[in-house]
Design a protein around this ligand. Structure first.
Ligand code: NAD
Ligand code: ZN
Ligand code: ZN
Length: 401
């Protein structure tokens, strides 16, 4: 078997499904490895993080095979793989992690020190993340497989919930990490900025953690309508009422206990006119305004070191006008960075398998074929209230999910 097809970043605004090499058990630099596996991809999702690259807002090179949200079936195992066998159904954390370095040993697998020569942290199909080939494809290679992969206990049962389990590779652990690092506990009042898939996953996670009230904010009315339908309070930031005013209307106070940024650096401004323009620091600044003194702010929303499409020169280098003095005065805690997926994915798998969380309905999963990926990218970019899940081998069509 030597054929493979994948979603390739061609240029700003353009992705294509192309023939790509069948994966090999080797590093991006061509060193042979025996600790990896080759997966037949069962499902692979399009993410807001991919959109930053496709919109030309990163230094992603043309030809990059995209895709870091992967669920697959083990097709081939390297000689040193001990705990996995051909046929296992597995979830792949989007982080590539070695399991041997200091940060991996401390459970910070989002910033593994061994898998990316240029900075801490590796991922599949992502700019600056080590060159690991992406999994929006028919087949993909996963290194350090014993460490990285989460095996589903029963493949048939898992295929029955595959639209939920596909969210374990990134958005559900990411939303959950956002909620945990914002300090969500039973009875908490929570504000989530962003009603995209990550924001909705954070909202569902806050509910799972026992939050009393979860409020989701966006400038996109279709996404807010969907967030309302799946049970969350909403605030519309394209209205002229401020975020604090709208929170006060719901809670009777303009502050929340916990806040999560599920937007990142491509944030839109607030208000009727403001929402037409980009305002990269607005989410961070507004979260400091509406979070109570001594509260915590989780920041899974992505911020970059280089942004060729930024609004000004400072932002081109990732420098934003953040009002840190306000957060300092209120003794806020901030938590940033790539989610260490492995810290949460096993527990969240159990929550899915035992019907404690209906994440596929919350994020409105829509399954598409590999050939439909470019259409999925443009619909997602236009802001439809959906999470697109690519089904490269047609395996989800037949599954009872
Ligand atoms: P998305 O683009 O679908 O959603 C972002 C939403 O934010 C959009 O609906 C947009 O309208 C909304 N928005 C814009 N400005 C806003 C504002 N001022 N206030 C409130 N909402 C506003 O993306 P997604 O897939 O949901 O991902 C969200 C973010 O999380 C992205 O930046 C993505 O890169 C990041 N992410 C981070 C990690 C991690 O490990 N930390 C993992 C996955 C995704
Ligand atoms: Zn993602
Ligand atoms: Zn490591």
């Amino acid at each position: 078997m030597t054929v493979n097809r994948g979603v390739v970043y061609v240029k700003q605004g353009l992705v294509e499904v192309q023939s790509i090499p069948f994966p090999k058990l080797e590093t991006p630099h061509g060193r042979k490895i025996e600790h990896g596996v080759i997966l037949k991809v069962v499902s692979t999702n399009i993410c807001g993080s991919d959109q930053h690259m496709v919109r030309g807002r990163t230094t992603a090179p043309a030809g990059l095979v995209l895709g870091h949200e992967i669920t697959g079936e083990v097709l081939e195992v390297g000689r040193d793989v001990e705990t996995l066998k051909v046929g296992d159904l597995v979830s792949v954390p989007f982080n590539v992690a070695c399991g041997r370095c200091r940060t991996c040993k401390e459970q910070h697998t989002g910033v593994c020190l061994s898998v990316n020569p240029s900075r801490a942290g590796g991922a599949y199909g992502y700019v600056d993340m080590g060159g690991w080939i992406g999994g929006q494809a028919e087949y993909v290679m996963v290194p350090y497989a014993d460490f990285n992969l989460l095996r589903f206990p029963d493949s048939a049962q898992a295929m029955g919930k595959i639209k939920d389990l596909t969210c374990l590779s990134d958005i559900l652990p990411t939303g959950y990490h956002g909620a945990v690092t914002a300090g969500v506990v039973p009875g908490a009042t929570v504000y989530i900025a962003g009603a995209g898939p990550v924001g909705l996953a954070a909202a569902a996670s806050a509910r799972l953690l026992g939050a009393a009230v979860v409020i989701v904010g966006d400038v996109n009315s279709a996404r807010l309508e969907h967030a309302g339908k799946v049970g969350f309070h909403t605030v519309d930031l394209s209205l002229d009422a401020t975020l604090a005013e709208q929170i006060e209307q719901i809670l009777g106070t303009p502050e929340v206990d916990c806040a999560v940024d599920c937007v990142g650096f491509e944030a839109r401004g607030h208000g009727h006119e403001g929402s037409q323009i980009e305002a990269p620091a607005i989410v961070l600044n507004s979260l400091m305004e509406v979070t109570r003194a001594a509260g915590k702010i989780g920041i899974p929303g992505l911020y970059v070191t280089d942004d060729p499409g930024a609004v000004d020169d400072a932002a081109k280098r990732g420098s934003l006008s953040v009002r840190l003095g306000l957060g300092w005065a209120k003794s806020h805690s901030f938590h940033t960075g790539q989610t260490p997926v492995m810290k949460y994915n096993r527990a969240l798998m159990q929550a899915i398998l035992w019907d404690r969380i209906n994440i596929a309905d919350v994020v409105n999963v829509q399954v598409i074929s590999l050939e439909q990926a470019p259409e999925g990218y443009s619909a997602f970019d236009a802001g439809v209230p959906k999470k697109f899940v690519i089904d490269p081998h047609g395996l989800l069509k037949g599954a009872a999910c």
